[in-house]
Design a protein around this ligand. Structure first.
Ligand code: GLN
Length: 437
């Protein structure tokens, strides 16, 4: 990892290129190290590499949703500031969508907040609730953005493992990644303020079971913790598995903020439309923070997201989309099965963790500087992207430095791509055979 001194040499009298020292919070949040999304971005890989790395679709949102975006752009009001809480049409649509799922009549004025992507929503919760030194528990592997979002706001991340499947399991599913409730309990200190529960989970694909969530809820209750339920993949759950909202468990509504995302729901990751659902006691302080961070979220795409939610039911949109994703998942799983490689069958989200520990690459392969200082998985994924033509994301990025070795065994392959692309990737992956130990 680059450190501040590398990037910021002491200024000399004649050198005016680095006059102003930047904040040490960038170092604490791992923000100075090149992020994995940049290292493995299409721009850094061969032009014909099939991108199964960063999780975004290679297809557009449905036409009936982009039509709504166009209509909004052609109307005066949605071209201007929206209310910091979000446009009323989207808040109403969220109320209709979530109220039955949360078994309550949500109040659009105090219990729903539209944010500039789920990311900004989460950031605003941290700003609103963390004091310097407060601890935030997250299961590891964790979505990498949590780390800087916590530390930029003075918090300290505390990691509790999601234990990988035992070696004896020949065909693991995401349910074989397990939590140890006693480990979670031991991680709680007088400084613990929050716990992040990401279900369905990125990068594991785990859909937390009701009983796991009940154990987490009991600890949150016992130690008075705020629960951030990052459920941005809630519309992507397979095999008849049930997505349980922790906010629905007895007593949990009062201490839980549920996070959602139009990007994942409607194949619109660049729109940056997300939302938070929580009691007034959580939404009001978060609104105060969010208003001062971004003021409001882009208006026309809120209208489009609203139309997505409004019409989803009559169009059977989420059910159809789920079936499409199950088909996409199967194409990639088949390819891994044919190679005889172990992977975690995800029950939710659109990521598959492939065991890449057996991929044998030449040590003298011309790796760029950006991957050389990192875990073995960075080199393995780089090698696969360049030699096989399919990119993925090295999973050690989702671990703290101390535990990075656990993640080094895996590459994360995203299947949010059309079936032709996934079939082409599957075909290319057959060539991996000759590099397997
Ligand atoms: N959530 C997406 C992923 O995990 C994108 C993350 C990002 O680009 N910051 O692939």
């Amino acid at each position: 990892m680059a450190n501040q001194t590398d990037l910021q040499p002491a200024p000399s009298k004649s050198d005016r290129s680095n006059l102003i020292p930047f904040s040490s919070r960038l170092r604490d949040g791992r923000a100075l190290a090149l992020d994995v999304w940049t290292i493995f971005s299409a721009a850094n890989l061969p032009a014909d590499c099939i991108n199964l790395g960063q999780g975004y679709m290679n297809f557009a949102p449905p036409k009936w949703i982009t039509d709504a975006a166009e209509e909004a752009l052609n109307t005066v009001a949605p071209n201007h500031y929206s209310h910091p809480r979000g446009r009323i049409r989207l808040r109403e649509a969220l109320k209709v969508f979530y109220s039955p799922q949360l078994n309550r009549d949500l109040d659009v004025e105090s219990e729903i907040l539209v944010t500039s992507g789920a990311n900004e929503g989460q950031y605003s919760v941290f700003t609103a609730f963390l004091e310097n030194g407060d601890e935030v528990i997250m299961f590891e592997p964790f979505f990498d953005q949590y780390l800087p979002s916590v530390t930029f706001n003075g918090g300290r991340p505390v990691y509790v493992p999601l234990h990988p499947p035992k070696d004896t399991i020949t065909h693991p599913t995401s349910n074989d990644w397990t939590i140890d409730v006693e480990e979670l309990r031991r991680a709680v200190t007088p400084k613990t303020k929050m716990i992040i529960v990401n279900t369905p989970h990125n990068p594991v694909g785990k859909v937390f079971t009701k009983s796991e969530l009940e154990s987490i809820a009991a600890i949150a209750e016992e130690f008075n913790l705020l629960v951030m339920a990052d459920e941005v993949y809630d519309c992507l759950v397979f095999d008849g598995k049930e997505h349980v909202r922790i906010a629905n468990l007895p007593g949990m509504w009062d201490r839980t903020v549920t996070v959602g995302s139009a990007g994942k729901s409607f194949a619109a990751t660049g729109w940056r439309i997300g939302w938070l659902i929580a009691p007034k006691s959580i939404i009001q302080p978060t609104l105060a923070a969010s208003t001062r961070i971004v003021f409001c979220t882009n208006s026309p795409l809120q209208e489009a997201a609203a139309s997505g939610l409004e019409q989803a039911k009559e169009r059977n949109f989420f059910e159809t989309q789920n079936e499409e994703y199950a088909e996409r998942r199967a194409i990639l799983c088949d390819a891994f099965d044919k190679l005889g490689l172990k992977y975690t069958l995800p029950e939710g989200s659109y990521f598959i963790l492939l065991d890449i520990s057996g991929v044998d690459f030449p040590l003298d392969y011309p790796f760029p500087e950006s991957v050389l200082g990192r875990g073995r998985d960075f080199r393995a994924c780089w090698f696969i992207a360049n030699e096989i033509g399919v990119s993925s994301i090295p999973v050690s990025e989702f671990y703290c430095e101390e535990h990075a070795n656990i993640g080094e065994a895996y590459g994360r392959f995203a299947f949010c791509k059309d079936t032709d692309t996934l079939r082409a990737a599957a075909e290319r992956l057959t060539a991996l055979k000759k590099y397997l130990k």
